[in-house]
Design a protein around this ligand. Sequence first.
Ligand SMILES: C[S@@+](CC[C@H](N)C(=O)[O-])C[C@H]1O[C@@H](n2cnc3c(N)ncnc32)[C@H](O)[C@@H]1O
Length: 264
Amino acid sequence: MVTESVGRVHIVGAGPGDPDLLTVKALRLIRAADVVVYDKLVSPAIMALIPAGTARIFAGKVARNHHMPQADINDLLVGLARSGRRVVRLKGGDPFTFGRGGEEAGHLAAAGIAFEVVPGVTSASACSAYAGIPLTHRDLAHGVRFVTGHTKDGQPLVLDWPRLADPDTTLVVYMGRTSAGTICHQLIRHGLPPGTPAAAIINGTRPDQQTLIATLSDLPRQLEAMNRSAPTLLVIGRVVDLARTLAWFAPDTPLPRAGDAESG
Ligand SMILES: C[S@@+](CC[C@H](N)C(=O)[O-])C[C@H]1O[C@@H](n2cnc3c(N)ncnc32)[C@H](O)[C@@H]1O
């Protein structure tokens, strides 16, 4: 049962990086929080919107070097809420899309802590939009699938390859950088043409966004050659070709940022 006598935890999506993609509600909660528990994926530009006097706790994870175990993060949120504080649990993208928001909400529910979930713009939507890749298109893709390329402790990546190798559906892979070779190889093996357009969007929506446009057969090699270890989203399917004409975001051109109007 949820009790109202303790602090409330707001599980808030921060989007992929550009602070202008924060929801109005996310910004309002960030400004009103007593403490913000944040992940590594929350961009510096969004961290800069947290008021100077607000406590910040880093609960990020670095691949193969977990900074704070999930169980400890869950307990931390319960403890902070029980101390009566307004807690914002700030997560990259959308908390309920490959973000463990469900696990954290489940733990809070079990502990009787009031919580709410504020959706964020997930990187599939945001990075594809900023790269000029519509995820669906009447002539090119009648659906889209989101999957994760993350494997636990070096175990093999097990996905439903026959279904994913569908030329009429766009495939978006979160956490797919290190498994890009396996992913592309398996998709070709299960019938996708090697020339299928494929993209890797690195640090999407941020000032240093890079978009690699390649084919399924040469994406892994080109990605490796770029040698960047930043967050990377893979988009595979015919729609990727549209980036050649629809890419509009010029990362070198500074965008007006959320909060600029107030500071200036
Ligand atoms: C643990 S998942 C979190 C996803 C997040 N909850 C969301 O909705 O976007 C981390 C993965 O999201 C993707 N990602 C998040 N932010 C990104 C960005 N700015 N550019 C590219 N990919 C990003 C990458 O695939 C990264 O490995």
